[in-house]
Design a protein around this ligand. Structure first.
Ligand code: NDP
Length: 369
């Protein structure tokens, strides 16, 4: 079953499947250890456990002991639920932790995913999955060897507006899909941020925000690209961009003849997906925010807002967290598995290569660019 059909099914049946898991005798929600108490792990993910039905916070991993103790105390966790990066491997002895959620800078994703798998834990890893294809493959291999699941934090696959956009694209409401456009970016002001240090980020706006544009091109068309042509535009005199790219544009060609024109940048705020078919358009703006995403469909200036009912989960974050717990309980593969992250890493490597070499790169599904 392809990625999109699985997305629709999950959107519709997540709760039913989760309830079945409980009925099959699993006792209580699965425990997550959050690794990296930064803006995403601490401010966005941890508060979401209150909206979960099958997941709970079980441990925290941090380089800041005072912060870790404060967060643990706020969530009723004892001393044995607190880990540093140095003693992280002790987590293997903690039966309360079923899943390790890696919310660290990109270049640390591979190491902590592999260490978590070796400790016998399932893994949720933030996007981008890794900083290279080689790392992504090693992460998948480590989880396979350990018999543990690996899911990537592609939250929009649990976000009702994006799920409805995928369904509408498949339903033919826009006709034959000819063109997708997607731009994502924000103004990155602070040159000291790890996102601007290549050794920690692996790359610039493409790794961080462009991955949303790339995902959108793939899930809106439902196809895998066969060629990529990219161009980077970065003012290297700007101290923020000494190491990583600012603006990068790339075109993807799909087997049906559809094309996608994508962009990411660190010098303007944008968050947009547009699909054009021979009967009309599906447009989202903002498209992939944490909340309040909006969508229109129609043609020839008669576009109308689409009101999307809330999904099965309380929020996209709770849906994502509970999905992995449910997959573990029921033995299914996550809809956004390690392999799905690897597909993006292969295309990202090809985008960088195309921009560097100034030529189109042909892609063979399943192979390195
Ligand atoms: P932050 O900088 O806010 O937090 C990263 C945390 O990682 C730090 O607070 C720190 O936690 C830990 N850390 C360990 N080593 C380092 C280091 N050398 N430099 C910096 N931090 C370090 O980043 P985010 O939380 O915004 O991003 C984390 C991951 O989440 C990234 O991969 C990012 O792409 C992803 N993300 C995903 C989003 C989504 O919507 N899916 C949105 C935002 C981010 P501590 O102090 O506890 O040690």
């Amino acid at each position: 079953m392809d990625m999109l059909r699985r997305d629709f099914l999950i959107g519709a049946t997540a709760l039913a499947a989760a309830s079945r898991a409980v009925a099959q005798g699993r006792s209580g929600p699965l425990g997550y250890a959050i690794v990296g108490l930064g803006s995403y792990g601490l401010d966005r993910i941890i508060p979401e456990f209150r909206n979960c039905r099958h997941s709970r916070l079980a441990a925290v991993v941090s380089g800041d002991p005072a912060k870790a103790r404060r967060v643990a105390a706020e969530h009723g966790l004892g001393e044995r639920a607190i880990y540093s990066y140095a003693d992280f491997d002790r987590i293997r002895d903690n039966p309360d932790v079923d899943i390790v959620y890696v919310c660290l800078p990109n270049a640390m994703h591979a190491e902590y995913t592999i260490r978590a798998a070796r400790a016998g834990k399932h893994v949720m890893c933030e996007k981008p999955m890794a900083t290279s294809v080689a790392e992504a493959e090693a992460m998948i291999a480590a989880c396979k060897r350990a018999g543990r699941k690996l899911m990537i934090g592609y939250r929009v696959h649990f976000e009702p507006t994006n799920l409805e956009a995928m369904r509408l694209a498949r339903s033919g409401v826009a006709g034959r899909i000819r063109y997708v456009r997607s731009e994502h970016g924000f103004v990155q002001r602070d040159p000291s941020k790890w996102r601007l240090k290549k050794a920690l980020s692996g790359g610039g706006s493409l790794m961080d925000m462009g991955i949303y544009s790339l995902q959108a091109a793939r899930y809106m068309t439902g196809e895998e690209p066969i060629a990529v042509t990219a161009r980077e535009s970065t003012d290297r005199r700007d101290p923020r961009f000494a190491e990583v790219e600012d603006i990068i544009d790339w075109t993807l060609e799909f087997p049906s003849g559809a094309v996608a024109s994508c962009q990411s940048m660190y010098s303007a705020n944008q968050n947009h997906i547009l699909l054009m078919g021979d009967k009309g358009r599906i447009e989202l703006e903002p498209a992939t925010r944490y909340s309040d995403n909006r969508m229109w469909t129609g043609a020839d200036g008669r576009e109308q807002a689409v009101v999307v009912p809330p999904g099965a989960a309380a929020t996209q974050f709770a849906g994502q967290l509970d999905h992995l717990a449910d997959c573990i309980a029921t033995g299914r593969e996550p809809i956004v598995s390690g392999e799905e992250g690897l597909r993006d890493m292969r295309i990202i490597e090809a985008i960088y290569r195309s921009a560097r070499e100034g030529r189109t790169i042909r892609l063979t599904p399943g192979s390195r660019a």
